[in-house]
Write a protein that binds this ligand. Structure first.
Ligand SMILES: *[C@@H]1O[C@H](CO)[C@@H](O)[C@H](O)[C@H]1NC(C)=O
Ligand SMILES: *[C@@H]1O[C@H](CO)[C@@H](O)[C@H](O)[C@H]1NC(C)=O
Length: 846
């Protein structure tokens, strides 16, 4: 969940597979095996009911030499996005940058503040790298190449003079490859103070050599020439070449470490131009590799790592003496152009790996039967809310399967199929379309309006939205093969949109949302000029890749499933590293050295220049935690780590018993807490009467019933069930409660009472006026009297009717947790705050 307004064919060889002769052959050739990333899932044109649409914010001339698909979500999309291609982007880390007509602006943030909620790295652009002959037009710079992490940008004149820069996240150096152009480095953040120790004034200072130190207010940069000796003149505003130059220069900022210059000197001759992503799988382990293409000595590439890299790097050669503090903590150097990062892959797919505990069976079945009997077809008004309902409904079919109630599945599948069918009908207001300017599946109406569907049409939130859809669709396919055959192509388009593995897919960028170097996905697309990136629902991001895992399982393609599992595992690792906070852990690799931030237990939003315990849409602790938790699914037992969960539980403890905090947040936090103590979670959850869009009563109890339960013992205890049957209700004034079609409100004024039928509902029960066949509803404000005025019972028609020691009953409205009292005219009003104030009624079987 996010708010737009607030900003944004080769196959992988498995090491475990070869046997016998194959294994020998494999071993013989293994040493020379090239990187072998996965091929495309599909290459055909997406054919969606909404046809094609064109973005109202197409990319600028940055992509003048290319056709879509283009990346929409990576760190550098601000170089290309409308309206002006001039957004400041955070990256290539440790740098921030913008690609203006006048040159590449860059710098490293020197200022990190903690304001009590967030750490913020203030934007700082120290330099603009350019050349004297630059025509400074919108079309005189462009992308010449990109991959899953890097982009190469060329600034050029009509005669081909200019420079090329390789923007490679993790490089401590900015690298500029000049061609017959005069070097121009404009100071963008105050005057140039000195060059090689000589104070700079308005009168140009001339220096000649292959290495220079330049001091500006933002720090001292070292400037290297790899193209032999160069002559430069420096004034307070700019450094200029004295002649045209062909060759490479590099700049790097020194740090406070006295060794930083020596380290930078040592590795300055070797520069990365691009990177290849690859991965191999062995059973439930993955090794992901980044292999940088290097000019110079590949073995002597110096490249900076974030904390999450250092957790996963296999045998890295760490280099001491240089570090940069950025949004994600300290970047520290690693030597060599190949990084191997080891990840454990999730082993859970459809169902939890243990049977539901018998102590919960009756309550699960009761809720499940009710919920399935009361399902309605969700008509799409968007992807986001529709998707949540679609997935939550789909889980009921899986619960029914696991409970041995196959008889309940067809009704769920039928509802899901009717709901999904809206996406395959033409002429729908809410429709899916293929957007042709960038290349992707979007909410069609949103292609020209970023306020629709959280900016889906501007490529926001696709992994959130399509994960829910893929999940629901995979569940239908599990039970209805004919449906899958008929809908496979449509569903595959959504899978390709967020999970395409290959540049050989002509319609989709690779893994749209994933920032491979940052170690997680971004939710931000091309809105707001493609400026700062953010992600504030790690739960939904992770669920996006879970949907892809289930899709791949239906597809029957183990390679795609492994790829989806890698997307999942890296997302979880990112969430645990950068969103989950561990107050007591101040290891040198914490991303957040600020103890005050870590005490906030959970980050709400990680952006590229700040991270903090806040959300675009809510401020409660429960909300900030819940959006890192939901939707709760079986695979998430690999996400909810004990240390974080323990912290969250205590952090939100006050809110869990606060009636003004929404049950939908409490429900998912309590479900997650089932990893630690399903008994405690169950006891806490007995007050829940609303579950939000991603879960339900049956789902909650079933989830707790399938936890590890390492402490042993029964998980569920018998609930305090409402009485069931048909009754007349006598008030303490001796009168019987009446309600009629003409006067539906409940009032204790009769000599004969109206018969009311009390029945189970999740979270309590319903009260039906058996004479008028209308359900009693409660006013959320507790002002208007209870009234038998609803044909269907849902949240506002839920009551708890609890027997007291003297045999009488109190009636509590779930909608506001208030007890029914009698007003002066005998009307029943749900405004009694305490049990003591509740009116005690007698139920007389009728
Ligand atoms: C500038 O100073 C550095 C030492 O800080 C030295 O290595 C380099 O040769 C000097 N460059 C010139 C042009 O004098
Ligand atoms: C249920 O809610 C009441 C207030 O309505 C509160 O006093 C009680 O502690 C809650 N029980 C649990 C288990 O949270």
């Amino acid at each position: 969940m996010r708010s737009y307004s607030a900003r944004s064919q080769r196959r992988t060889l498995s090491l475990s597979r070869p046997r016998g002769i194959m294994a020998v052959l494999f071993c013989l050739c293994a040493a020379s095996l090239a990187a072998a990333a996965l091929g495309p899932i599909d290459t055909s044109a997406p054919a969606l009911a909404g046809g094609t649409v064109v973005s109202a914010a197409p990319p600028g001339p940055f992509f003048q030499d290319f056709k879509p698909p283009f990346p929409t979500t990576g760190w550098w999309v601000g170089y290309a996005a409308a309206p002006s291609q001039n957004s400041v982007v955070a990256g290539p880390f440790p740098y921030m940058s913008s690609a203006l007509d006048t040159g590449i602006n860059f710098g490293i943030s020197n200022t990190r503040t903690f304001d009590g909620t967030s750490i913020i790295q203030t934007t700082e652009l120290d330099w603009e790298a350019s050349y004297v002959e630059n025509p400074n037009t919108h079309t005189s710079h462009k992308a010449t190449a990109w991959d899953t992490q890097t982009v190469t940008v060329k600034y050029f004149t009509s005669s081909g003079a200019g420079f090329t820069t390789y923007l490679v996240p993790g490089s401590p150096y900015m690298t500029f490859n000049y061609n017959a152009a005069t070097i121009l480095l404009n100071s963008k953040n105050g005057n140039i103070l000195s060059i090689n120790g000589t104070t700079v004034t308005a009168t140009p200072v001339k220096v000649t050599g292959t290495k220079f130190t330049v001091t500006v207010p933002g720090g001292t940069y070292v400037l290297y020439s790899l193209g032999g000796s160069i002559s430069l003149t420096a004034t307070t505003t700019a450094i200029k070449g004295t002649a045209t130059f062909t060759g490479v220069i590099r700049l790097a900022r020194l740090t406070a470490e006295t060794t930083s210059q020596a380290v930078l000197d040592q590795y300055s001759a070797n520069y990365p131009t691009s990177v290849a992503l690859d991965y191999t799988f062995a059973g439930d382990s993955a090794t992901m590799s980044f292999t940088w293409n290097v000019v110079g000595s590949a073995a002597n590439l110096l490249h900076l790592s974030w904390p999450h890299h250092r957790k996963r790097l296999v045998n890295p050669t760490l280099v001491a003496g240089l570090s940069y503090l950025g949004t994600k903590g300290y970047m520290k150097p690693v030597q060599g152009n190949v990084w191997k990062l080891a990840y454990a892959l999730p082993t859970i797919d459809w169902l939890p790996p243990r049977a539901p505990q018998a102590s919960c069976t009756q309550q699960i079945i009761q809720a499940l039967e009710y919920e399935i009997a009361h399902l309605t077809v969700a008509v799409p008004g968007d992807f986001y809310y529709w998707g949540k309902a679609f997935q939550a409904t789909a889980r009921l079919a899986l619960i029914a399967e696991h409970m041995g109630r196959q008889d309940l599945i067809p009704a769920v599948v039928s509802i899901l199929e009717q709901s999904f069918a809206y996406w395959t009908k033409t002429g729908q207001t809410t429709h899916a379309a293929y957007e042709t300017a960038w290349g992707g599946v979007v909410d069609g109406a949103g292609a020209s309006d970023p306020n629709i569907d959280f900016g889906n049409g501007y490529y926001n939130d696709h992994h959130f939205h399509y994960g829910y859809m893929l999940h629901g669709a995979a569940v239908i396919a599990r039970y209805d093969a004919a449906w899958w055959t008929a809908n496979k192509k449509t569903i595959t388009a959504f899978a390709r949109d967020i999970g395409n593995p290959s540049s050989a897919d002509p319609y989709f960028t690779i893994a749209r949302c994933k920032d491979w170097f940052a170690g997680h996905s971004w939710a931000s697309g091309i809105a707001n000029g493609g400026g700062s990136r953010d992600q504030e629902s790690t739960g939904e991001a992770i669920n996006g890749y879970y949907g892809l895992i289930l899709f791949a399982d239906i597809l029957g393609n183990q390679d795609v499933k492994n790829w989806a599992r890698l997307l999942w595992a890296t997302e979880v690792d990112g969430a645990q590293t950068y969103w989950h906070l561990y107050p007591n852990a101040n290891d040198p690799d914490t991303p957040y050295p600020e103890a005050g931030l870590r005490a906030l237990t959970t980050i709400g939003n990680v952006m590229d220049y700040q991270a903090g315990a806040w959300l675009f849409w809510g401020a409660q602790r429960s909300e900030i935690a819940a959006i890192q938790i939901l939707p709760v699914t079986p695979i998430n037992e690999g996400l909810y780590d004990t240390a974080w969960l323990t912290g969250v539980w205590s952090y939100v403890s006050g809110e869990l018993v606060d009636p003004t905090v929404g049950d939908e947040w409490k429900a998912v936090i309590e479900m997650a807490y089932g990893e630690i103590s399903p008994q405690t979670a169950f006891a806490r959850s007995t007050n829940i009467t609303a579950w939000g869009g991603t879960t339900s009563q049956a789902y909650l109890i079933y989830h707790l019933a399938t936890r590890k339960n390492s402490g042993g013992g029964n998980i569920c205890t018998a609930g305090l069930a409402n009485p069931a049957g048909t009754f007349v209700i006598r008030a303490p004034n001796g009168k019987l409660v009446t309600s009629s079609s003409a006067a539906p409100q409940l009032v204790a004024n009769g000599a004969t009472g109206t018969p009311f039928t009390l029945a189970y509902m999740p979270g309590g029960g319903s009260i039906l006026n058996a004479a008028t066949n209308q359900f009693v509803t409660a006013d959320p404000n507790g002002a208007a009297p209870l009234s038998a005025a609803r044909a269907v019972a849902s949240a506002w028609e839920t009551f708890k009717i609890a027997q007291q020691a003297d045999g009488t009953y109190v009636i509590q409205a779930a909608v506001n947790s208030q007890y029914a009292t009698l007003d002066s005219t005998g009307e029943l009003v749900n405004n009694g705050a305490s049990l003591a104030s509740a009116t005690k009624f007698t139920l007389v079987a009728s």
